[in-house]
Design a protein around this ligand. Structure first.
Ligand SMILES: [Zn+2]
Length: 160
């Protein structure tokens, strides 16, 4: 076999690989259905409350954590949160959430800064959530906004 005919490194066009950088779209965090209809953005601390979330260092998450729901589970989640007042997070698989993790080295050197960033972001998200829940937004909130706001309030207030 002539090795020159089989180059070790092949470059594939990015658009055909389905790979992209940053946050990836994930399937339904409850049932793994790839067809999702709703996305809820939460503070990284929410990972703590998710199924299989223990091994993930939420402090190292950059930005928000998004969970996605398929059509039938979104019905369930709206009822659970808005009617029954229960968090869907213990049923959400953290492995199906989308988020970006800080590089290990960076996390180590910036640990203190990360904690401060999270605190500021959480307070901002809580303030936004409270505005939604207290009817202080310009337009009537959608069910999606209400679900997101309630879960954010639970996540941030639980540890306060
Ligand atoms: Zn589902």
């Amino acid at each position: 076999m002539n090795p020159a005919a089989f180059p070790a490194v092949r470059i594939f066009p990015v658009k055909d690989t389905g790979m992209y950088t940053g946050k990836t779209e994930q399937p339904c965090c409850l049932c793994d259905n790839p067809e999702t209809v709703a996305r809820v953005d939460l503070p990284p601390r929410a990972i703590n409350e998710m199924k299989h979330g223990d091994p993930i260092a939420w402090q190292d998450v950059i930005g928000e954590v998004s969970v996605h729901f398929c059509e039938s589970d979104w019905e369930l989640v709206q009822n659970l949160v808005l009617e029954m007042g229960m968090s869907p997070l213990p049923r959400c698989n953290a492995a199906r959430a989308s988020f970006d993790l800080r590089e290990d080295f960076e996390a180590l050197t910036n640990q203190q800064k990360a904690v401060q960033d999270h605190s500021a972001r959480e307070q901002q998200m809580l303030a936004d959530a409270n505005a939604v829940l207290d009817g202080e937004t310009q337009h009537d909130p959608t069910n999606r906004a209400l679900v997101e706001a309630r879960v954010i309030r639970w996540v941030v207030d639980n540890d306060a």
